[in-house]
Design a protein around this ligand. Structure first.
Ligand SMILES: NC(=O)c1ccc[n+]([C@@H]2O[C@H](COP(=O)([O-])OP(=O)(O)OC[C@H]3O[C@@H](n4cnc5c(N)ncnc54)[C@H](OP(=O)(O)O)[C@@H]3O)[C@@H](O)[C@H]2O)c1
Length: 377
């Protein structure tokens, strides 16, 4: 495993971190983590040198932090690992909520200090609201208290918003969504370079765009096949070549994924991609742009906020598959859509917009659900 530094204390972190948002689950139910396989995955990851685990209050219906704590409580694993978790900023309604939530997370994680703490998904409306509640004063106080080792934020807004947040205080690090098809989305390449020049270490989330880059649609799979290259390898090595990135997080949920990503992490560094790899990447980027499916990353932040229980990411996935692959896939996804319980179908959307406020991609979800309804009607 290769290591780079992260944060003000320059702690050595593995170039590959473990994202605790996509553990294997029972019956497709996000809140029912498969406990034993997950603990084994985490232990194998740490044994292989991964020393950074990224969880959050909300992951897996609120069970991710506890499961990470359980895995780390065994053997010497806690001492070998940095734990990162995130403050669910949308749950902060009054100033005392900051401390209450953090204390609850310390208990969930069975620790005295959270090594890396992030304000989860800072976006414009929440940022302004939290400033009113004394966010910046609380940030300074909580680092001094020792309950938090390093304080940063995760980010899904525009470059302009990123600049504003970065200049507001002396943060330790920043976590951004970044991958080879998101060069111009959210922070994008400009944002990653800006953070680096500001002296802020970058953590990358969604390096495979939630897994979609690993299983590309046919025209893109063809480009990779013709070049004899593997999409996961290209996507991860592309990121590790960039300056200023301390680590990539991947939400691995099988041993095969973990082992492949561990092998790739050993290759992390500059000069691993050839000029013909960069030509391939340019062709892949252009083809994705032409296909333009709904850029949902299946993070599921929308799910708890839908009063109707619409399975928003599943609807988008079926729509994307049907649109991108066409032919028999259109029929297959049409059938899959109609197999969903009716409450979960896009047609149950009442257009209230509660979901869209929580979408890190800022997708106009109700509008897109209408497209799904039209396609599968
Ligand atoms: N702060 C935030 O706002 C925020 C938002 C999003 C994510 N995150 C954090 O960032 C972490 C990383 O993001 P992510 O989970 O979206 O990462 P990602 O690597 O883009 O996607 C993970 C998915 O990629 C697929 N995958 C991973 N390795 C693979 C391999 N070797 N071969 C084939 N498929 C592979 C799997 O998909 P399948 O499951 O389909 O097999 C896996 O679930 C999350 O787990 C979470 O901790 C934070």
């Amino acid at each position: 495993m290769k290591y780079r530094t992260l944060g003000k204390q320059k702690r050595k972190v593995s170039v590959l971190g473990f994202g605790a948002m996509r553990f294997p689950v029972h019956n497709g139910n996000d809140a029912e983590i498969q406990r034993e396989p997950t603990i084994q995955l985490l232990h194998r990851a740490i044994d292989a040198g991964i020393n950074y685990i990224d969880t959050a209050y909300v992951y897996h219906g609120g069970h991710s932090e506890q499961l990470v704590a359980e895995a780390l409580s065994q053997g010497n694993y806690r001492h070998q690992t940095y734990v990162a978790t995130k403050l669910p900023i949308w749950n902060v309604q009054k100033p005392s909520d900051f401390d209450q939530l953090l204390d609850e997370q310390l208990r969930n994680l069975r620790t005295e200090q959270i090594d890396f703490y992030l304000l989860h998904c800072l976006q414009r409306p929440e940022w302004n609201r939290l400033l009113q509640l004394g966010l910046l004063e609380w940030c300074d106080r909580v680092v001094k208290s020792g309950k938090v080792g390093e304080l940063g934020f995760s980010f899904h807004d525009s470059f302009e918003m990123l600049e504003e947040i970065v200049h507001a205080r002396d943060w330790s690090f920043c976590q951004v969504q970044y991958n080879l098809v998101n060069e111009h989305t959210q922070a994008g390449t400009r944002g990653v370079e800006f953070l680096h020049h500001q002296g802020l270490d970058v953590i990358v989330m969604e390096p495979l765009l939630g897994g979609t880059l690993a299983a590309p649609p046919e025209p893109i799979a063809k480009l990779y096949a013709e070049a004899g290259r593997d999409p996961v390898e290209i996507a991860l090595l592309w990121l590790w070549e960039k300056q200023g990135i301390s680590l990539l997080l991947s939400g691995m949920n099988t041993t095969e994924q973990l082992e492949q990503n561990l092998r790739l992490a050993d290759m992390a560094g500059e000069g691993k991609l050839t000029p013909s790899d960069y030509e391939l990447i340019a062709a892949v980027q252009q083809t994705y742009e032409k296909l333009s499916p709904i850029p949902c990353t299946k993070c599921r932040y929308c799910i708890p906020n839908c009063p109707q229980g619409v399975a928003i990411p599943d609807n988008f996935e079926m729509y994307n598959n049907a649109q991108t692959f066409g032919g028999s896939n259109l029929v297959l996804n049409h059938n899959l859509y109609h197999l969903l319980p009716s409450a979960q179908q896009a047609s149950s959307c009442i257009q209230c917009g509660a979901c869209a406020k929580h979408c890190p991609q800022s997708l106009p979800i109700p509008e897109l659900l209408e497209k799904v309804v039209k396609l599968f009607a």
